[in-house]
Design a protein around this ligand. Structure first.
Ligand SMILES: [Fe+2]
Length: 277
């Protein structure tokens, strides 16, 4: 049986990067992990604190027995998500992390930091924090200079992290971006948060990763990617950025298969001024 590849990721220290080297790699389809930094560890610590205060149990336990889908937990997760998305200290730490890898925060526009949860195999999802099927973020945002950041709140293995399908970075793939609608996602329960791939991807064309607590995976929003559901549950945070100057300074990915036409500038706020992209 064909198995997906378990990719050995290149790991880079933040002080080995400059804005130019980082973005050149990302926009040509490279993906890599940036080693532990104090800022990412601080964000995890804050999230652990919120989690403990909401659920009265530590985020560090694996496979939380009491964390089942019920009305109360769904509501707690909803409030926790809002709290994390609006946490100024998390945003400030992420902004400081971006400065460390050489990005000019005055030119950078960032989405909110979102919590994701993947239950272990056979368990129900909780609330709206659902694992996502294969997709490109650019099908929803139509911002092709979008850069994604994904980091687990605990060490994850290949089977409960994230997968990428690098073969399709510059290759069309069938998807439902033509019929997907962001307003429907907001209004209809269980409507997918992004358009998704509608063809089969061969396991050999997928890669997945082991990522340590404190490390962060970086990749273009144009990469086809999705959630892994493994033997152990997983919590992670994710966000994305874009910069106006990137369009003229770098060769950003081209639109090859997005058929939605709405550009979601309003998701991204300037890190210094808070103004929309
Ligand atoms: Fe995504």
């Amino acid at each position: 049986m064909l198995k997906e590849k378990q990719k050995i990721l290149s790991k880079i220290s933040y002080n080995q990067l400059s804005e130019k080297s980082f973005k050149k790699k990302i926009f040509c389809g490279e993906f890599f992990v940036i080693k532990k930094s104090n800022e990412i560890l601080k964000i995890i610590e804050i999230t652990e604190y919120y989690f403990q205060s909401f659920f009265n149990q530590s985020l560090k336990i694996r496979n939380h027995r009491r964390l089942i889908s019920n009305k109360e937990n769904d509501r707690f997760f909803k409030i926790l998500q809002i709290r994390l998305k609006n946490c100024k200290i998390i945003r400030k730490n992420f902004s400081d992390f971006l400065s460390k890898i050489g990005l000019k925060t005055e030119n950078t526009f960032m989405d909110m930091v979102s919590l994701r949860y993947s239950p272990r195999v056979g368990k129900k999802r909780i609330g709206s924090l659902v694992p996502t099927r294969a997709h490109r973020d650019t099908w929803a945002s139509n911002i092709f200079s979008q850069i994604n950041f994904w980091f687990p709140l605990h060490t994850v293995q290949n089977d409960n992290s994230i997968f990428l399908a690098p073969k399709y970075f510059k290759k069309k793939i069938r998807n439902n971006s033509k019929s997907w609608n962001f307003n429907s996602f907001k209004e209809i329960k269980n409507y997918p948060s992004v358009p998704v791939v509608t063809q089969k991807i061969k396991p050999k064309d997928l890669v997945s990763f082991k990522i340590q607590k404190g490390e962060i995976l970086c990749f273009s929003g144009n990469h086809v990617h999705g959630s892994k559901i493994g033997r152990t549950e997983r919590f992670n945070l994710e966000t994305r950025i874009t910069c106006k100057n990137d369009l003229k300074n770098f060769n950003i990915p081209e639109n090859i298969d997005s058929y939605s036409n709405s550009i979601k500038n309003s998701w991204f706020k300037n890190l210094k001024t808070g103004k929309n992209y």
